[in-house]
Design a protein around this ligand. Structure first.
Ligand SMILES: Nc1nc2c(ncn2[C@@H]2O[C@H](COP(=O)(O)OP(=O)(O)OP(=O)(O)O)[C@@H](O)[C@H]2O)c(=O)[nH]1
Length: 272
């Protein structure tokens, strides 16, 4: 079926590993050959044993003990170590050439904004002819607070803009919302209505933030890409729907005129 990789991203605790696990179960049940790739050096336990695991290349604990880094510095070190030793990944990937890969990524936002490691990883996999889809997860509990929702939307948009791959936003933990999951109120977060969002934000914040709120809402409106696929892991249909959306996004990416991947060192496109 060709080389396909789904990168599951999102802040700490948003439900990345749970989403990966749910997708794995669904793929296996529907006969798709699938493998889990763990890219989080700080990960602990997995229900599915990862087929490729960054912890085998560079365990975070060793980096912290031997080099004296804290958890964040250690994580950055591990990710840069992966990029500097990318032939390790090439060799690991060789065993799964025709499979569907689900990549459980680390959550730290700086990996998608300040330093180009995730972008380099994507460019490298594109050079190996992978079709890649980014899945960015936001916890549905964020909708309790419009400020948190804005922060989530901005971090999702930042990952989308950085990585330049087909991108899907997912709202996780829909089971925790109970009946609210089906309510009209929920719709305004899944397909954000700018006017209503602005009203909500202004109710909870001081007037000096109104102009900022307006600018944020305009950004959401203009990008017109900020929609969320709701994920309720207790409903098989919901998981199947997410996978179908991922497949569509990848197909759409493949149908677009292929652009040469960016050069890993200069960040320029080869065809520029
Ligand atoms: N009820 C419910 N709980 C969830 C769901 N997804 C995740 N959780 C819980 O939320 C917590 C964090 O979930 P994880 O899947 O570990 O989140 P993560 O983003 O991988 O977390 P880090 O690896 O720490 O960044 C765990 O306690 C999960 O059991 C969900 O869909 N429904």
């Amino acid at each position: 079926m060709g080389k396909h990789a789904v990168m599951v991203m999102g802040p700490a605790g948003s439900g990345k590993s749970t989403c990966c696990r749910t997708l794995m179960t669904h793929c296996e049940a529907t006969g798709r050959s699938v493998h889990l790739v763990n890219l989080d050096p700080a990960a602990e336990n997995f229900e599915y044993q990862p087929s490729i695991d960054i912890r085998e290349l560079v365990p975070l604990d060793d980096v912290m003990d031997e080099l004296g880094y804290g958890p964040n510095g250690g994580l950055v070190y591990c990710m840069e170590y992966l990029i500097d030793n990318i032939e390790w990944l090439d060799e690991e990937l060789q065993s799964y050439d025709d499979d569907y890969l689900i990549l459980d990524c680390p959550g730290q936002i700086e990996l998608y904004t300040h330093i180009p490691v995730m972008k380099r990883l994507v460019s490298h996999m594109q050079r190996l002819n992978y079709s890649i889809c980014g899945v960015y997860i936001i916890d549905s509990q964020f909708i309790e607070d419009t400020a948190k929702f804005f922060a989530g939307v901005l971090s999702a948009t930042s990952a989308m803009v950085q990585l330049e791959v087909p991108h899907i936003n997912v709202m996780s933990k829909m089971d925790l919302l109970g009946e609210r999951a089906e309510s009209a109120e929920m719709e305004r977060y899944l397909e954000p209505d700018p006017g209503l969002l602005l009203e909500d934000a202004n109710v909870t914040m001081r007037p000096r933030f109104y102009r900022l709120n307006e600018a944020l809402v305009k950004l959401i409106e203009e990008f017109n890409m900020v929609q969320f696929v709701p994920l309720n892991i207790e409903h098989e249909d919901s998981v199947a729907y997410l996978l179908a959306q991922i497949d569509n996004a990848m197909q759409y990416g493949e149908d677009l005129e292929p652009k040469e991947p960016k050069d890993e060192l200069t960040g320029n496109y080869d065809d520029e």
